[in-house]
Design a binder for this molecule. Structure first.
Ligand code: FE
Length: 255
């Protein structure tokens, strides 16, 4: 399996604090059935800055370490970029790193409480520059949970999205779990990834989440997500269906 969102590089962000912890994560990933990981350190989130060149160096170092340790895992470069106004300018200055450095797919993270008003324009401008924005974990964003129409419009405008494996398994609670399933049903998500930070409270759970998806939606659905991860790292177009609006059940006839 391929995991396209993971904080596995040592001393880089709120992921592993040293090489030993990174290697523990790598071993855990292999046990979970993962053979390829895109390392996606936080960038510009107010706490961590990890520009492109730094990540490329660290990924190379990490792969060397994995080889020395005989761990059968390949790390590819990536970045989890917090949305900011000058994103496109910084991309042109080579500070921003696309997934697998392919010059195409780009992770965009929103602040956890809201969706900035300039998002629509930025999503448009990124695509004008040949980039495909992938919104990470929309199911954990408070404003999107309250108003899924926001996400529907962004996907309609060409954005892709990635739901976190542990949201599907229920580790973030019932509301987020249920919402994740609604996003799958409404064709509002295109990738499942771990967003693992460690082996304790933020582990991989990728196999487990695919198991849950298989149980609810069948193996075909799992294959589409897995194939999309492969297509993304190969720089090809991913599968997507026409997005629909999230259906909300009426509560006591209030709405
Ligand atoms: Fe992340």
């Amino acid at each position: 399996m391929i995991d396209i969102h993971c904080h596995i590089l040592p001393r880089t962000d709120d992921g592993p604090k040293d090489v030993a912890e990174s290697l523990q994560m790598a071993q855990q990933a292999v046990l979970d059935g993962i053979d390829t990981i895109i390392a996606t350190p936080h960038h510009k989130n107010g706490q961590y800055d990890n520009p492109k060149s730094l990540i490329l160096d660290k990924v190379q170092e990490m792969n060397q370490r994995l080889e020395e340790e005989n761990i059968n895992l390949t790390i590819l470069p990536g970045q989890e970029v917090r949305i900011f106004g000058e994103l496109l300018e910084e991309y042109k200055l080579e500070e921003i790193l696309t997934l697998n450095n392919g010059g195409q797919y780009l992770f965009i993270e929103f602040p956890s409480n809201h969706v900035p008003r300039y998002t629509k324009k930025l999503i448009y401008d990124l695509q004008l520059n040949g980039l495909i924005p992938v919104i990470v974990h929309p199911e954990r964003n408070r404003e999107i949970i309250a108003e899924p129409e926001l996400l529907y419009q962004l996907v309609k405008d060409g954005a892709l999205t990635q739901v976190t494996a542990s949201s599907i398994t229920g580790s973030f609670g019932k509301t987020i779990q249920k919402f994740s399933m609604q996003l799958i049903e409404a064709e509002l998500t295109h990738f499942i990834a771990s967003d693992a930070h460690n082996i304790t409270n933020r582990p991989f759970q990728l196999a487990q989440s695919y198991g849950a998806i298989e149980k609810k939606y069948g193996l075909d659905s799992v294959y589409v997500f897995q194939e999309n991860a492969q297509l993304l790292i190969s720089g090809k177009n991913v599968y997507k269906e026409e997005p629909q609006r999230v259906k909300r059940k009426k509560v006591l006839g209030i709405f």
